[in-house]
Design a binder for this molecule. Structure first.
Ligand SMILES: NC(=O)c1ccc[n+]([C@@H]2O[C@H](COP(=O)([O-])OP(=O)(O)OC[C@H]3O[C@@H](n4cnc5c(N)ncnc54)[C@H](OP(=O)(O)O)[C@@H]3O)[C@@H](O)[C@H]2O)c1
Length: 320
């Protein structure tokens, strides 16, 4: 089968299209899936750069989203049949999805939403599970509450805006001016251009000094120490981003804040909620662009570019 192999860590050039052996079922509960589409997550370029080198032995195949069809099932994998359309996030640390076939356990699979193409479905699993974990499980976001989603135009942000709205929240988000209309179309009530304005001052002004109930951090940097200044008393901050520097959390203490740290490993249970929201028309994957698997280097360059003529909006998908 065709696969994108990483033989050594580095820039996009280390992603090499190769012919490798197709995996085969060795355990009766396994399922072999024909990958029809996958996507690019920041986790993929972090793995490619070697950020998780201690967890892998080279060469590796990365990729954390699959939309495809069941090709073959182990004799005890009773829930699935060849031809079933499935989507899921491969287990972190195992073989990834940048390939024509992917071998997995039957328990990791979810039925693909009936109203999505493979490309649309591939944009969902990793971020879908992550966003549900952040908003529903950890922040326990309730109808009528206010939320600030930092990084609204990214893969996580575009989904988080829609899900926060479906849960009945008033949504503040950040994004470049050129994207404001698109972010409002997703359900954002107020969009702040983080390149032009001070986010904390804007939130303070909009909420008349009260702050928001929940802050979702997809950005990192000094967000953990600074964002409590935009938080209401007893508010919750949920972060996805690892913290490279020590942070002073005095402002969080002043607000009686709660922090939640999220690192998604695999998200099958959370994905059921997202499937329901997609099939009832409340959520739609947002796709920045679709590239053939062979153009994976260009796809990685697109997500990693810091200065973009055209800002990123949603997910980058690889068609297999
Ligand atoms: N822990 C987990 O389980 C988990 C799961 C999924 C993702 N993540 C992490 O979450 C982060 C976001 O993922 P993603 O898929 O959404 O990434 P993405 O698609 O690359 O989007 C990042 C977004 O953040 C915006 N941004 C960057 N700096 C900003 C700032 N200072 N203030 C406000 N917005 C800013 C960017 O907008 P501009 O282009 O305008 O700067 C862009 O829209 C990544 O670091 C990823 O590794 C973690």
């Amino acid at each position: 089968m065709k696969a994108i192999l990483i033989n050594n860590y580095g820039g996009p050039d280390v992603l090499q299209l190769k012919e490798v052996d197709t995996p085969y079922i060795t355990d009766p509960y396994q399922v072999l899936v024909k990958v029809r589409a996958t996507s690019v997550n920041p986790l993929d370029y972090q793995v490619r750069r070697g950020d998780y080198a201690s967890l892998f032995d080279l060469p590796i195949i990365t990729g954390h989203d699959v939309a495809g069809e069941v090709f073959e099932v182990g004799e005890k994998a009773k829930k699935w049949r060849p031809g079933d359309k499935v989507y899921y996030s491969p287990r972190f640390g195992g073989v990834g999805s940048y390939a024509e076939y992917h071998l997995t356990d039957e328990t990791s699979l979810s039925r693909m939403p009936a109203n999505l193409s493979f490309e649309e479905a591939a944009a969902v699993p990793l971020i879908g599970g992550t966003v549900w974990e952040m908003l529903a499980t950890r922040a326990n976001l309730k109808k009528g509450e206010t939320i600030l989603i930092l990084g609204g135009a990214g893969g996580v942000g575009t989904l988080a805006i829609q899900i926060a709205k479906s849960l009945g929240a008033f949504v503040y988000t950040t994004g470049q001016s050129i994207l404001h209309e698109k972010l409002q179309d997703l359900g954002a009530d107020v969009v702040i251009d983080h390149h032009e304005k001070n986010i904390i001052e804007e939130i303070q002004a909009h909420t008349k000094g009260k702050g928001v109930d929940v802050i979702i951090d997809t950005v990192g940097g000094s967000t953990l120490s600074d964002s409590p200044l935009a938080l209401a008393n007893y508010g919750r901050i949920v972060t996805l981003v690892d913290i490279s520097q020590p942070q002073n959390l005095i402002h969080a203490w002043e607000k009686n804040a709660t922090y939640h740290f999220v690192f998604t490993r695999q998200s099958r249970d959370e994905l059921h909620h997202i499937t329901e929201l997609i099939e009832t028309g409340q959520v739609k994957p947002v796709i920045d662009g679709i590239y053939p698997l062979e153009d994976v280097k260009k796809a990685h360059q697109r997500i990693e570019e810091v200065k973009r003529e055209r800002p990123l909006f949603g997910k980058i998908v690889l068609s297999v």
